[in-house]
Design a protein. Sequence first.
Length: 518
Amino acid sequence: MDDDGPPRGRVPHDHIELVLEIGRRVNAEHDLDQLLQLTVQAVKERLNYSYCAILLKEGTDLVIRAVTEYPETILGKRIPIGAGISGRCAQRKVESLVPDVSQCPDYVHLGDQPFGSELDIPIVFRGKILGVLNTQSTRTGAFDDRDVHTLKILGTQLGVALYNTQIRNQLGLVQDIGLQLVTIVRIEELFPWIVGQIQQRLHHDSCAILRVEGQHLVLEASTGGLAQDPVGMQIPFGQGITGRCAVEKRVVNVGNVRADAGYIASGVEGARSEIAVPIRFEDELLGVLTIESSAEDAFDDDDVRLLSTLGAQVAVCLHQARLFAESERMAVTDGLTGLYNYRYFHERLNGEIARSMRYGHPLSLVMVDLDNFKEINDRYGHLSGDEVLREVARRIKKNTRGADATVTAKRADVDIASRYGGEEFIIIMPEAAADGAAIAAERLRAVIEAEVGLAAGLTDEQGRPWRVTGSFGVAAFGPGLGPESFIRRADEAVYAAKREGKNRVTVAEARPLLPGIR
């Protein structure tokens, strides 16, 4: 201490009062930053030290969270664990008393004021380093066994407070994610928020959520080094720590990834440990939650329990998102063919017309009316007729652009194929002029004629596959057209194809509209 105190060996009264005061504050104060600042101020004033600070562990660093004497700009400064007296104290988890810092090559000096001696106390709870209580004096030899004893008690109190704060923080994270689950249903919005919150609150270097797709894990959202990787990156089951987690369906906690032969580098600089937690709904594996740290053996049993809880929450989210996507799909698709329905077709057509008018891009419609469909129903029955419609829809999906796109696709070059009604189909072709749309229509016409009858199992009296054909009408969007007149032109082209003998593609004539017709 700076001032002369009572005889050494007996704990001074002001030390006892300090311990009692900090104990009361630990129990009463729930704001961590406020508690830390009150603690360092009380230590400095009651024990008359020149300087006091509390540094908390974040990843592989100690971060200054509360300080006396120095300006607030020093808050947030990072000291690597193992560097300096404080870093060595955290690394070894034992107090570090340096009577003369000028004789210590590891001493890290901050600020302008010269110091003579330093005492650092590790803040530990259940064997886990949480931070360091740092005190310094302008005098050499200022600290003795009584200071060590008193500050170790304070370190224990702070350890309890920090642990309780971590528990409250973790419970808050779990609660906040639970609240978001009922307000955000789209995983493209929710998952980036979740991984960001996990990294921010748990102070790890990266976090990622991957979902199961077949025998692969597909990256949905990430932070840290993975943030530079495109969403959609795939990891096969069994490869890397996440792939192993998916195969084994259990938590995989690797304390040193450099010693793991299967580790897949994620882009996190200096990654040393990784934990992967399965995301399961009931017994079904839906994905993997993975976190990396630049510290070795960064994850303990507490982390396993917390991340397992978070994994269960993410599983609920994935399950709900899947149900939501299915309900969205059913709302806009035809139940028999799986193509878009009449309502969704009109919604998208209005949007594509507006885009074409705004940017001057080409836009075409292809309408298909199956030939002699009533004869198929009369000859083979309505169930066979339904199968023909399904087979035609499969060929349309396979032979149009973006056939694998989801209903939320916004790409400008994706065709929108719909069942227009009965045996009629219609395809919106953005970025396609009439000649390009006609080529695509002719390719589809040939495929239907060659494949659908055989695939549907229809044969004539001689056992030959029944030829299913369609009449195609192509119309290009032009000035003055509205949705109804645009569709009417494609429909007229279909009827022209019927008149000309069916099983053919006819392009609507690009004629000006009569006044008043839209």
